[in-house]
Design a protein around this ligand. Structure first.
Ligand SMILES: Cc1cc2nc3c(=O)[nH]c(=O)nc-3n(C[C@H](O)[C@H](O)[C@H](O)COP(=O)(O)OP(=O)(O)OC[C@H]3O[C@@H](n4cnc5c(N)ncnc54)[C@H](O)[C@@H]3O)c2cc1C
Length: 317
């Protein structure tokens, strides 16, 4: 939509240029969809020239301006060829969780998704699930890092101060090296995520389950040793970590449903990561190390290439 209050679009990545009435412009899929009656200038990151993806032994750095389409291409690219990182298997299911139009797929950015801070932000799910950290630049030349799981503080809320710019996100090699599991449920076929959980079995034997979409902000459950997380202990941990009021409530799912599905999917993930059994409820997870079947344009998929919760796959490990 038109933004009639905008007086200037300024190409810059310098937080020192920020003043009241400004907004950083990334892909614009939120800014130009929701509009604004108060913004005066857009600080356009479009010419930032930041490399979308930088791979090293330390892990993967994503520029805030990396698009969903660029992220989707990464697992099949030369940049990660030969890397023993099972965590890469999460990238495409998280991209597909946008169930995006051509516009959102090709324009929207990882940073824009984090800064919009919706509970159903799939880039939030990915980055929090892999213990990523965000690098944030401030107007006074400052720089700080914060875990993505703590960067998001509520529905549409984050820890950015006025003028701060999200520069990049670091996905650590330690988390990328973990065995991973993914579960997502939506109330409708190709609907917005109502519940999205990511699990990790780390090299040190620890189990981490990250709950997103169901809750207003990411919630992480950490068990020092996976064997400490039996079904009862896991359910108790979910109950302790997520008070009723933290479950999100909107048209995409009632809090009680989100709580019940969080418990169900957490238990599925526990069973999968511990090799006890493989039960997959929901969309976009074909099981560990299986080829990912979806196309780069989910909205163009033929019927039946995604499954929602009606379509539960069960396999004995
Ligand atoms: C049809 C449709 C469906 C959508 N479905 C979903 C969905 O399922 N889940 C979901 O989470 N979102 C969804 N969105 C919202 C949106 O497309 C995504 O959140 C997208 O990732 C936003 O990225 P962007 O680059 O377009 O952000 P922009 O619109 O450019 O910016 C969004 C906000 O973030 C700020 N911002 C952007 N980059 C930075 C930065 N580097 N540093 C500081 N602030 C920054 C902007 O100032 C603005 O306030 C949908 C949108 C549409 C139109």
């Amino acid at each position: 939509m038109d933004m009639n209050t905008i007086e200037a679009v300024v190409p810059t990545t310098d937080p020192a240029e920020w003043r009241d009435g400004d907004a950083w412009l990334a892909g614009g899929t939120v800014l130009f969809s929701y509009g604004s009656t108060v913004l005066k200038r857009l600080l356009d990151l479009g010419q930032a020239g930041w490399p979308a993806v930088t791979v090293s032994d330390a892990g993967i750095e994503l520029a805030a301006t990396c698009t969903v389409a660029e992220l989707y291409a990464l697992p099949a690219s030369e940049a990660v060829a030969g890397r023993e990182w099972p965590g890469l298997d999460l990238l495409r299911p998280c991209c597909d969780s946008f169930v995006a139009s051509f516009k959102v797929w090709n324009m929207s950015t990882v940073g824009g998704n984090l800064c919009t801070s919706l509970p159903a932000g799939p880039m939030i799910s990915l980055c929090a699930g892999l213990d990523a950290t965000a690098t944030i630049l401030g107007p006074g030349g400052s720089s700080r890092t914060v875990p993505v799981a703590m960067f998001i503080t509520g529905d549409g809320q984050n820890s950015l101060a006025p003028g701060e710019l999200l520069r990049s996100i670091q996905l650590p090699a330690s988390a990328l090296s973990a065995k991973v599991a993914f579960r997502r449920l939506s109330l409708s076929n190709l609907g917005r995520s109502g519940v999205l959980l990511i699990g990790r079995l780390d090299a040190d034997g620890g189990l981490v389950i990250t709950v997103t979409a169901a809750t207003k902000r990411p919630v992480q459950l950490r068990f020092a040793a996976a064997k400490m997380a039996g079904p009862a202990a896991l359910a108790a941990a979910v109950g302790n970590a997520i008070p009723e009021e933290l479950y999100h409530d909107d048209i995409h799912g009632l809090p009680a449903w989100r709580r019940d599905m969080t418990l169900r999917l957490a238990e599925e993930i526990r069973g999968e990561l511990l090799g006890e059994r493989l039960v997959v409820s929901g969309d976009f997870w074909t099981g560990p190390r299986q080829p990912h079947a979806t196309s780069p344009q989910p909205s163009a998929q033929p019927p039946g290439t995604t499954q929602n919760q009606q379509n539960t796959q069960q396999k004995e490990a």
